[in-house]
Unconditional design. Sequence first.
Length: 562
Amino acid sequence: MENGVDKLTESPFCIGDWRIEPSLGRITGQNSEADSTKLEPQVMAVLLCLVKQQGQVVSREDIEAQAWANRVVGYDSLSTAIIKLRKALGDDSKNPRYIETVPKKGYRLIATLSSATPITGAEDSHTARNTKPLRQRFQLGLILGFVLLGLGFVLYNKMPHLFNDTQIIHHNTIAVLPFKNISGDIQQEYFSDGITADLITDLSKISGLGVIARNSVFAYKDSSIDVRQIGEELAVSYVVEGSVRKNNEMVRISARLIDASNGHNLWAERFDGSLENVFRLQDDVTARIIAALQLKISDREQQQLSIKYTNSFEAYDQFLQGWQYFWEYSKESNVLAKEYFKQAIALDPKFARAYANLALSYAYDVLSGWTNTPDEYLKKAEDLSQKAVELDDNLAQVHWAVGFTALISRQYQFALSESQKVIALDPNNADGYGLLATTLNYAAKPQDALVYMQKAMQLNPHHPSVYKVIMGEIYFNLRDYDNAVKQFEHALERNPGSQESRLWLAASYAHLDRIDDASWQLDHIRSEDPSFSVKNIETVIPLKDPMQLKHLIDGLYKAGLK
């Protein structure tokens, strides 16, 4: 099976004259929106099975095993699905243009496949592949989505100076593109990526500078797009690009600051030194960018910029390798990430960020269902994050780990105080604004949540699909179901494995009286988790206001949930 075809079937694609949207169960004639048809989940599953082996004869047994997940089905089930497919596609079994019957062997898709309009935005690879039970997938969604009842509401009222519009609108906006690894060794990619990420982190500490988030700029990695176009797409005034050469015991960092409006260099320089002096080189790059932009920084910001994570390059190198694996968000990569973080700690027992990231690794194991001893792993996460904050109380990343771990164990007040410190230390934290928006929404303040979710998307234009989910939930609670549907449909196009998107989309459809569409989404959820019920929703979605929860459940009842 071709990997390209696998990827194709995760997003909208075309078969002949038809646009197929697997996540929505919809096929649409490309010449007329009126020719849109909903396919039952199993019928769509049969189509995707044929698509993945396009041009090949697929036996009845193989189709049934894939489309019905090895469940026992009647002989007529597949025949009925094929008939429904042909009817939807306007195909003729005697003179087929799409699906050919091969007597005594099976079926073959004979139509031409092509990609539909690409969906923009980088997406976490683990979410598209996630096949965990529904409850575990909801828990994973909570990582960036709906967690911590009332945090945003309290934070908004206790610290309004942090969220005043005049504080979050910047005239200076910048994107740091991924520095190129020119070491001649692809295994050094983690090092150049780490240098880039740390530069983004340092610049984001400056309140007078708007800094685009990491995953938005990494969408341009290895891209040849002109910086003027990147500047326009990210809505930034300046772009930083550069390269890193790591060779034996020496390192060279080259960087340049570009005016995104015309592509002209405002400053360019290279910095050479030993690996032991890499921290000084990073500081020099940051300082030159600040000077070139003529930014005024406060004493507190200067103090933040002067913080050294570790004095050991060896520990830092181990940390960066662990960080690279951590970003892959899979069970296997998380195992490797923990090992590297442990080695970093062994080399420098006072390396606070290594403790914090190790804590997050254990926390992600718990949320993702990657451990059979969640209580033990959660205790490790709590202990490690506390150790991190004891070692360095001035790092936003450390307080994020403490607060994040507190969210999992539902220590809301503790998570609140830690989240306050994160935002105070990092005014450009896009996920921080996203978390604020989510919690405001779940604290029954969706109108306020809308403002901060828009800010999160501004800081992270190539945001992951969970941002769409959060925005959809906000619109849902505002009773703006049309906009909610748009957000959830976009989320599913980018991440078809998002069951929380399907849940909220079903409720949104139902409140618009699109009952067939709502039922289709529920059928898809139940096909993957037959035990799904209202009790799952009440357990997993921590809405503070009982009326909000009732509003969601009422929509699902209308959709057919029992």
